[in-house]
Design a protein around this ligand. Structure first.
Ligand SMILES: NC(=O)c1ccc[n+]([C@@H]2O[C@H](COP(=O)([O-])OP(=O)(O)OC[C@H]3O[C@@H](n4cnc5c(N)ncnc54)[C@H](O)[C@@H]3O)[C@@H](O)[C@H]2O)c1
Length: 389
């Protein structure tokens, strides 16, 4: 079948298997090119949310940077009939193939990470194959969660106080328009915390520990975002921010609860990047488009793989993990540099549809967007038939 991109809203509903494999290959090559000797890394790694974005980049960094055995959990769809699989499915296949070729253990579990059933499956795999894990990364970005009693919680991207109006980028027309984000109800806020907060992260750690498969002094990391004041009403002080605050509190709670095991629990504040999760947030695409341009001009731009390679080599692998005063790992250090943020804020004030091309890295934004689905790689022949299964 010839596979072409079919974009619907802020998502592409097709994915190219060879393009996704190319994306994984490039990330593997990047990590290998950066490999340093002498740094001892984790050897048995579980990544929850391992098939796209930050989680995939984490898995690649652990495997090809530290030589770690990896287990990845994801929620992806296989191909059916003429419908392609989701990119995370192809990414995972490609990752497993390269890992196998290089003699690295890699198992993947495709199912709902919130469920006890998937947790039990993962624990069984660890017991059988690895005995224990020494790093657990929680990189889930999920729209909803079905709880044990069958209740479905849906996360929303809204403000928590009054409505917030600001500029955004219409990704269909490339126009700078105004958007108003409404405030969430108390139930919507609570549901977002239920989905994207720390409850399920702690549940994973509890079950792994009770099953005796969490190594002594294991490390666990979950990802968060803070960003600049322009995005605070919708992100940091919004419903998703409430969930992220819960995630951060969970790290502190787990450090205490699992102190006997020597568990080291952190949140890492990552850079704002185009991923399937972040494209859905209003205001953010315009901020990101400006940020990309400013950071590229200053030679500071990074994608998921550059961020995660640096998370390992310059944070997690050090004898003492550097953090800010709140105990958070800061991978948004370049993004939040005053000279970056001042330039972004100046551009934000003057950007309009008329000058959008001059100030916003629309091409870079869309290049990342299409790459996520395996498209727009110059060394892939998209006119050729591919086996989507
Ligand atoms: N993208 C950003 O700008 C950014 C910045 C900082 C922090 N983060 C955080 O990083 C984390 C990962 O986000 P991302 O942007 O890489 O997202 P993503 O959409 O690329 O990845 C999400 C992953 O979660 C998996 N997943 C979703 N629902 C699942 C379920 N029910 N069961 C099992 N797996 C499931 C997907 O399969 C995928 O592997 C999130 O916590 C996000 O908030 C993102």
């Amino acid at each position: 079948m010839i596979v072409e991109p079919k974009v619907k809203g802020f998502i592409c509903i097709t994915a190219h298997p060879e393009g996704c494999a190319e994306s994984v290959r490039r990330q593997v090559d990047y990590v290998k090119s950066k490999r340093k000797s002498g740094l001892e890394g984790p050897k048995k790694v579980l990544v929850i949310g391992a098939s796209t974005g930050y989680g995939l980049a984490t898995r690649i960094s652990a495997a090809f940077g530290c030589g770690a055995a990896t287990i990845g959990v994801m929620f992806e769809k296989e191909a059916t009939g003429t419908r392609t699989a989701t990119p995370g499915f192809y990414n995972t296949r490609a990752f497993e193939k390269i890992a196998e070729k290089e003699g690295l253990y890699a198992k993947s579990v495709n199912g709902d990470a919130f469920s006890d059933e998937i947790k039990a499956q993962v624990i069984e795999i660890i017991k059988k194959d690895l005995k224990e894990v020494d790093l657990v990364v929680y990189s889930l970005a999920a729209p909803r969660r079905t709880d044990r009693d069958g209740t479905v919680y849906t996360s929303v991207l809204k403000t928590t106080k009054e409505a917030y109006t600001n500029k955004t980028l219409d990704l269909k027309t490339n126009e700078v328009t105004m958007v108003t984000v409404p405030p969430a109800t108390a139930e919507e806020e609570a549901a977002t915390v239920k989905v994207m907060g720390g409850e399920d992260w702690e549940e994973w750690i509890r079950q792994l520990s009770e099953a005796g498969v969490l190594a002594e002094n294991a490390l666990t990391v979950a990802y968060t975002y803070i960003g600049p004041a322009i995005t605070h009403p919708i992100y940091f002080h919004g419903t998703i921010g409430m969930a992220k605050k819960h995630l951060e509190k969970t790290a502190a709670v787990m450090r205490e609860k699992f102190a006997g095991l020597g568990l080291r629990a952190y949140v890492s504040v990552n850079k704002g990047l185009v991923t399937q999760a972040s494209s859905a947030i209003p205001v953010v695409p315009l901020y990101m488009g400006i940020l990309y341009k400013v950071m590229k001009e200053k030679g500071l731009h990074e994608g998921c793989i550059e961020q995660m390679e640096r998370l390992f080599s310059e944070r997690l692998l050090l004898p003492e993990i550097p953090t800010d005063e709140e105990g958070r790992i800061r991978m948004d250090d370049y993004e939040m540099l005053p000279e970056v943020q001042e330039t972004v804020a100046n551009v934000w004030d003057i950007v309009t549809t008329d000058n959008v091309k001059e100030h916003v890295d629309i091409d870079g934004y869309f290049e990342d967007f299409y790459h996520m689905f395996g498209f727009h790689y110059n060394n892939i022949d998209y006119t050729k038939d591919v086996d989507i299964v």
